[in-house]
Design a protein around this ligand. Structure first.
Ligand code: AKG
Length: 265
């Protein structure tokens, strides 16, 4: 699926834009089912919290700024189950991760029109900590992105720094993990605008963020997390939950028991 040059680009920069992974017909079906999910299941709230908000936004915008989100769309929608198990996408993940690829989670991030939530600089590892970097996040683009609607942006090569400590506490209590705004700036990042049907993938340690959506249309990206099943999760989102295998096998390591059949309360 990927050329050696694409794999080398990912390894060097910590991100990769893969155009036209999904066909227009697949995108139509995914969009139709996403409309249902957004109308019925997703939540629109203030979004990520923390002192970064008043660095990225003036007080009036900060007051209005929102994010629409939903986790694990493949548990609600056939089209999104097909998307996360798409053979071309699994093949690309295998090129980056090795022969065995497990789905970890999916998360919708829709930036509502005009004041849709910017994202402060962060590593996704701060949200679902893993032992090593055998983890790729994939942003499935439901809408074309550009500067005006807040395309994804990366600090190229930053994955080589490994896991960084994030700000998670303020004098007023806990906040969403993010990196210090005076040291890590969106202005220093590479913009990766993409088209509907493209994916942009990145390493769990790659520092990234995005600007506010200033357009009159919603900007919808769905993130799918893929990992080597031997990359042990240490904390955070979906901890302890096995995912489906989209490539290869779950290796048996001496001390591990079979997956439990008990439901998690
Ligand atoms: O949706 C965006 O613009 C940023 C998404 C992001 O930071 C993430 O998925 O980790």
């Amino acid at each position: 699926m990927l050329t050696p040059e694409q794999v080398e680009f990912y390894e060097e920069n910590g991100y990769l834009h893969i155009p036209e992974v999904f066909t227009p017909e697949e995108m139509d079906e995914m969009e139709e089912q996403l409309d249902f999910l957004m109308n019925n299941w997703a939540f629109t709230e203030k979004g990520w919290t923390g002192p970064w908000r008043l660095v990225y936004m003036d007080p009036d915008t900060e007051e209005k700024s929102k994010l629409t989100a939903l986790h694990d769309l493949h548990f609600y929608s056939e089209a999104w189950m097909r998307a996360v198990t798409n053979p071309a996408l699994s093949a690309a993940m295998s090129d980056l991760l090795g022969p065995n690829v497990e789905v970890h989670h999916m998360t919708l991030h829709a930036k509502p029109p005009q004041t849709g939530h910017p994202f402060p600089m962060h590593q996704d590892n701060a949200f679902y900590q893993h032992s090593d970097n055998r983890y790729v996040d994939v942003l499935v683009h439901v809408d074309d992105t550009r500067h005006e609607n807040g395309e994804i942006r990366f600090l190229a090569g930053s994955h080589k720094m490994g896991a960084l400590e994030h700000i998670t506490q303020t004098p007023d209590g806990p906040c969403t993990p993010h990196l210090p705004t005076d040291r890590y700036k969106l202005d220093d990042t590479v913009a990766v605008p993409a088209k509907r049907g493209d994916v942009v993938c990145f390493n769990i340690f790659t520092i990234h963020g995005s600007y506010i959506n200033r357009t009159r249309q919603v900007r919808r990206l769905v993130r799918c997390g893929f990992r080597d099943p031997l990359n042990k999760q240490l904390g955070g989102q979906s901890l302890g939950r096995p995912g489906i295998m989209v490539r290869g096998l779950r290796p048996k390591v001496a001390e591990t028991a079979p997956l439990t059949i008990e439901a998690v309360a």
